[in-house]
Design a binder for this molecule. Sequence first.
Ligand SMILES: [Zn+2]
Length: 344
Amino acid sequence: MILKIKDNRLWFPDGNIVLCGKPSADSKNPKDEYPVDNVVQVHFCVHKSVLARHSQVFRDMLDLSSSEAVTSGESYEGLPLVDLEDSASDLNALLSFLYEPCSLSMKRYDPDTPLRVEPILRMASKYQFDGVRNAIVERIKEDWPANYREWEQFEAHIDALSRPLDVGVPVLDLLIPEPASAICLARRYDIHQILPAAFLALSSMRIAHDYDKHRAMGDDGVNPPTTADVDYILPTDRTARWSLLDGRDMRILCRVREYLHVDLWTSFAQNSCSAQCEANHRSAVLSLQKMTVDFGDIYRVLESKVAKPNLCINCKSKFANELANIRTMIWPALVLLVNYSKLT
Ligand SMILES: [Zn+2]
């Protein structure tokens, strides 16, 4: 027997069109409001004028004017019915955003934002709800620095967040955006502006530091994971949803790391005034490079004491200029590397 239900929240008494969505193919998704076992079809009663106002596809569809043309004559409780191939969960996400935009939590730096907005972006892209799509994309872009200057401010903000954390509770990464899901979203919906920052964030993370594993239950299925289940991580360690990255993006990540660990340091000019300054200069550059390889965190390396070597005043000034130059080189290089470049 085909079970048909109404979505009570998105059933407007003065609505004049009924949209019907199917159960999600992914019945294991705990956030799916319509589990496949319980429901076959979910109906939403909304307004033609609202759909037409926001969506080019619905505008064209409804411009065919007669309801019969749109719905092939089908109706539900006396209203024209549009049977869609999309899941009821996706339809719910889109209509909720359209009618109750405040119902979607999109607080800044929330690591779950990419997963939360993906159903809306999927539907908005398919049906050309351009305003909805642009609003979500702009919100996603706000979470990621757009240049190295903004990156420095972003990392300074993270430093401030890291200080009061309790030992033993891995919570920093609940307060900062998660890069792998952001990259995945950016690839699918062409939000390439966030890729340099997301890859730079990933470049300093260890692959054992997995966002989901450290939040899943331990082997007993009840308690949080123990050191026997996963590598121990510090409260200030950052984690990523590594399993979301495809092979191409993993190769790009390797290339970004190569650039930061090796290529970046070959640009230092070595024209010091004396043998002593030359030796100290070389030693400082090698130390900075080694720190980058060991810790992966270019921002903190460039801000470290090692970046202030013992040089005469002239060579110190030249070295400061070289570091400033390094800072200006990083972002353009990342932009080239992350946009598939020659790796694909
Ligand atoms: Zn000197």
